[in-house]
Structures are given as structure tokens and as C-alpha cells.
Design a protein around this ligand. Structure first.
Ligand SMILES: *Cc1c(COP(=O)(O)O)cnc(C)c1O
Length: 425
């Protein structure tokens, strides 16, 4: 089926007389006739449900839809995008391991990697998304277990050279994990360019209405863990906490990674998405393909307006001719990128704050990718833990304003921006 049809109908195919809409299975637990029946589930000998922390039919239907959209073999929902990126890395990298990540990533992910996971013994080397092949190669170590980047970085809006990153990762025998939150599978399928694992903050465009925090991990099933078995003992040797199961043997390349993430990480850390949120997420995805067009159209209109305004220092939107990432976007994002535009107002940090106070249609929020237009000054909000050097490396300058175009009429957004910019001219 084509992408638009998967957005609407993917993941859930009701049988005769069953509910047309994905049912919310609001139950923590599931009933069995015999202990033996349940035992087989615990041993991963039979598939089925026993406890919602591990699996739930609503969540599975929605994960299956996202899996189909991305072209993967297995997927799982998590309680947030943070949990998705944490599990995606921790599933293959532990204490004493190393990961290469793009420096231009979401502030929360940067902190997770550079501070919290570092404390857990996982070391990260951050590289520019524009690094050359040699520079990328040089970042690898014998204990490197993964490479990580964002299709379109939040909020720097750089576009990742997925093909190059995948090539380098594979040369070193590790998978490329791509956070595809901003592009969504409507505008980019990282697996088609060689990525091995995709993550999402479903809180953003996939939900699209600012209603439910959530995350998702999708496996392409293409990375051959067994070829690099010495690097990935967790997938290629028996798991004593699961009766000596070897995930790659029992579930094959298509299922090993997600089964391990579910059976170990979700079992032990428990960041499950509630079935109610999964239902809301699914409603959002039903219109994802329609909404992304409008978000991109508004993004383009707003970026074009800002790029000619005298009070605006610079605009970053890969849809703009002459944008640093325009060529890369033509390759990876031919149908559009997203509705988020970053720009700097003249007068720096202070002017940015004054300008934002004047906006009437756009609201100041720590959010993006929602039906309602919103904006944020990262240097004083999401990225405030970073010093100036780290801000620069993350592609966030003090005057940067992140403006997320919603689904309103672009004329209203532009009039609102024009009025606010007038006050700082
Ligand atoms: C928001 C975001 C996250 C974190 O997701 P939450 O759902 O807020 O936990 C991760 N990556 C990107 C690119 C994001 O925009």
C-alpha cells in the first residue's frame, strides 16, 4: 500500500464484526486458563499479552503502523521520545562502550548522551553533521557501538547526510540510528538511505495536536548483528535473564533488536506508552500525510517572508534557495521538510525576547510540530544548560528563534510576525 493509505489504515486490520477504530485496551493485565499458557508467554515461546508494561494490543497496532510507514521489520512504542533514544542506544551500548553522535541534535538528547549516559559509562564523541568522511572515520574507536543523528536537527535544522553517515557506521561494523522526528516518514524514510534504526518523538508531528507525549523505535531488520557478534554480545549470546535465549537466533535479524529492547529494557525500566496515548497518537497519524503538506507550505511561506525582512539577520529553512542545506534537502526531502523555521533577529538575545512577547497568533511554548503555531528561544529555554561553546556546536546561537508553523492560514502567521518585527526595527 502507498504511504497515505498506511497513514490511515496501517497497523490494524479488523476482522469481521470487530471495531473499525483501533480499540483502546485499557487493561494492565490479561487472563489465562492455565499457568502453562502464561509460562509460554514469559518464556517468549508463544506470542501474546500478559502485562501492559511489556506489550499491549493498542500499542502494538500503532507501533505496527509506524513500522509500516518507515519500512521496518519491528517497532515498539515508548512513553516519550527521550525514552526512545535512550533505549535505542542502551540496547546495544553499555558501560565501557562508545557512540559517535551528530553534535546538532535535540537539547534533551544531547544532555541524555553527554551527561546522563556518560555517568552510566557510555562515552560519546560529537561530530559536525557536515564532517567529511575522514573526520567521521576518525571519531570511531574499537569500542564504538553505534552512530546517531537527526534527519532534520531540532532546532539547528541542519539536514543529515544519512547516506554518508550510514556508510561510515557500516565500515566500522555498527548501526546508524536516526531520529526522524522532524521529517516524519511522510517526508523521509531513513532506511532507504542506509539507516538501521529509526527513532521518533511521536509527541511532535505524528501526534500533531500537542495531546500526548510518546516515542517509538523502529528496526529496519537489515543490520547483521551476527557479523559483528563480538561487538553485540547482548544480541548474539544467551540472555541469562531470559532463560538463555539468544535474540538473533530466536527472532532473526528482523526481530532481535526490538525483542531485546522490549524483553530487557522495557521490562526493567518500564517507560511504556499508555494505551490511551497510543490511541490519540493513532488519530494523529491518520491525517499525518495531509497535515505535513500544510506544515511545509506554511514553513516555506514564513521562511520566504522572514528572509526578506530588514529586522531579520538570517533564516534557516532547507526549503529556501541558497540555504546551506538546500541541496541535501533536495536529495533526502524532495517532498518537503517540516514546518519549523529557525531565524535570528537583529539585536541578538534581547531583541529576540522582545519580539517574541509581541506575537499574538504564535504562542511561546516548549513545543514544536503541533497544529497551533508556536515559538521558542532555545538559548533561554531548552538549551539553557549549555555554555556558549556547546551552544555553538549544537548550532544554536543566542539570537536563534525556533518558529513552528502550525496549520493556520499563512497570511495570519505572516501578519503576526510582521507586527512583532516592527516593534524591534
Ligand atoms: C522532542 C524531541 C525529542 C524528545 O522527545 P519527547 O517526546 O519530548 O521526550 C527527541 N528528539 C527530537 C528530535 C525531538 O524534537
Amino acid at each position: 500500500m502507498k504511504r497515505d493509505t498506511i497513514c490511515v489504515q496501517g497497523g490494524y486490520r479488523p476482522k469481521n464484526g470487530e471495531p473499525r477504530q483501533v480499540p483502546i485496551v485499557q487493561s494492565t493485565t490479561f487472563k489465562y486458563d492455565t499457568s502453562e499458557d502464561m509460562g509460554r508467554l514469559f518464556d517468549l515461546e508463544a506470542s501474546g499479552y500478559f502485562y501492559t508494561r511489556l506489550q499491549n494490543p493498542t500499542n502494538d497496532a500503532v507501533a505496527a503502523k509506524i513500522c509500516e510507514l518507515e519500512g521496518g521489520t519491528a517497532a515498539m512504542l515508548t512513553s516519550s521520545g527521550q525514552a526512545a533514544n535512550f533505549y535505542a542506544v542502551l540496547n546495544i551500548a553499555g558501560c565501557g562502550d562508545h557512540v559517535v553522535a551528530s553534535a546538532e541534535i535535540y537539547g534533551g538528547t544531547y544532555n541524555l548522551f553527554a551527561v546522563t549516559m556518560k555517568r552510566m559509562g557510555v562515552e560519546f564523541t560529537f561530530v559536525s553533521p557536515d564532517a567529511s568522511e575522514e573526520e567521521l572515520n576518525a571519531a570511531f574507536r574499537p569500542n564504538t557501538k553505534a552512530m546517531f543523528g537527526e534527519t532534520i536537527a531540532n532546532p539547528a535544522l541542519s539536514v543529515l547526510d544519512i547516506e554518508l553517515f550510514a556508510k561510515v557506521a557500516h565500515r566500522h561494523g555498527v548501526p546508524l540510528i536516526v531520529d526522524n522526528t522532524f521529517a516524519t516518514p511522510v517526508n523521509c524514510r531513513p532506511f532507504e538511505w542506509g539507516a538501521d534504526i529509526v527513532t521518533h518523538s511521536t509527541t511532535k508531528y505524528l501526534d500533531g495536536h500537542g495531546a500526548a507525549v510518546g516515542g517509538c523505535i523502529v528496526d529496519s531488520g537489515k543490520f547483521d548483528w551476527t557479523k559483528h557478534a563480538e561487538k553485540f554480545p547482548g544480541l548474539c549470546t544467551p540472555d541469562e535473564s531470559y532463560h538463555g535465549i539468544t535474540y538473533t537466533e530466536k527472532f532473526g535479524l528482523g526481530g532481535a533488536y526490538i525483542t531485546k529492547a522490549t524483553a530487557q529494557l522495557m521490562r526493567d525500566f518500564g517507560s511504556i506508552q499508555s494505551p490511551q496515548n497510543a490511541f490519540i497518537l493513532n488519530l494523529g497519524i491518520e491525517s499525518l500525510h495531509v497535515r505535513m503538506k500544510k506544515h511545509c507550505e506554511n514553513g516555506q511561506r514564513v521562511a520566504e517572508f522572514l528572509s526578506t525582512h530588514p529586522a531579520v539577520e538570517w533564516v534557516r529553512y532547507c526549503g529556501l534557495e541558497g540555504d546551506k542545506y538546500h541541496e541535501r534537502a533536495k536529495k533526502y526531502l524532495p517532498d518537503g521538510s517540516c514546518g519549523v523555521v529557525s531565524f535570528g533577529v537583529k539585536g541578538g538575545r534581547k531583541a529576540a525576547e522582545t519580539f517574541m512577547k509581541q506575537l499574538k497568533v504564535a504562542a511561546i511554548e516548549t513545543h514544536v510540530a503541533d497544529a497551533r503555531t508556536c515559538c521558542l528561544h532555545p538559548a533561554s529555554a531548552t538549551h539553557r544548560q549549555m555554555n556558549d561553546e556547546e551552544l555553538a556546536a549544537a548550532g544554536v546561537s543566542p539570537e536563534l528563534v525556533r518558529y513552528s508553523c502550525g496549520l493556520e492560514d499563512a497570511d495570519d502567521l505572516i501578519a503576526d510576525l510582521a507586527a512583532a518585527l516592527d516593534t524591534i526595527k
